[in-house]
Ligand binder design. Structure first.
Ligand code: ADP
Ligand code: MG
Length: 214
């Protein structure tokens, strides 16, 4: 039975930071089409700050809630763009879901993931179909809950989430933006993937890979 430790979570955040760095230019290019071309830079700044903060953390002394709360604080302080408070809220809610639990078993880790997705939705007030990162986070949360319900092991649950996030991001191409910067474009946002949904698919994919190796 998989148990997720603080060290596993730190490794997961470092893997996300690495993947974002690698895809930084691509994410900014997507944002260049329907936004202000900074999404890759923004996410890179945010996850670099998370990486620095977590590298200084003694995982032997810190529980998973502390890992998430440290990530939340550093992301919020580093990022001025709209994704700053959205991800900070996601990590803060993850911290709240993990509070007092110590290492996370399958159910706790799945609960953490659901809390992240809900945090983003609560903070940004976007609905599905608005062409935002919610269009990747919400289906991912649904898929993970469904997989958990049928008794799938943690790795399989996260694989289902990753696949749903990927499909959700792809589906934003056919949507007209009605939240965030891209909403000013109206019809002209059609045909292009939302950058926030694209980075979500990347992040959830890395989470799945990293947690499967835990
Ligand atoms: P900014 O729009 O301030 O330049 P970023 O470029 O970092 O910030 O992020 C843009 C992404 O943020 C969009 O592609 C979209 O997915 C997401 N976004 C914007 N507004 C919201 C919102 N209200 N709820 C959820 N996601 C949002
Ligand atoms: Mg932007």
């Amino acid at each position: 039975m998989t148990t997720i430790t603080s060290q596993n979570l730190v490794d997961m955040f470092l893997a996300i930071a690495g993947a974002i760095e690698e895809k930084k230019d691509h994410l900014s290019e997507l944002d260049g089409v329907i936004g202000d071309a900074d999404h890759g830079v923004t996410m890179h700044i945010g996850f670099s700050a998370v990486k620095n903060a977590l590298t200084g953390l003694d995982t032997g002394e810190s529980d998973p809630a502390t890992v998430f709360n440290t990530a939340a604080k550093s992301f919020l302080n580093a990022v001025g763009a709209s994704s700053g408070p959205l991800y900070a809220t996601a990590f803060m809610r993850a911290g709240a879901a993990a509070k007092g639990k110590g290492d996370l078993d399958r159910d706790a880790m799945i609960e953490v993931f659901g809390a992240m997705a809900k945090g983003i939705q609560d903070r940004g007030k976007a609905e599905r179909g608005d062409k935002t990162m919610v269009d990747a986070w919400a289906p991912a949360a649904e898929a993970i809950a469904e997989a958990a319900e049928r008794g799938a092991p943690l790795a399989e649950c996260f694989d289902a989430a990753a696949k749903a996030a990927e499909e959700g991001a792809e589906a934003t191409k056919a949507m007209r933006a009605s939240k965030g910067r891209a909403s000013r474009l109206g019809e002209r946002s059609l045909g292009h993937m939302d950058p926030g949904a694209a980075s979500t698919a990347l992040i959830v994919g890395v989470m799945a890979k990293s947690l499967a190796a835990a």
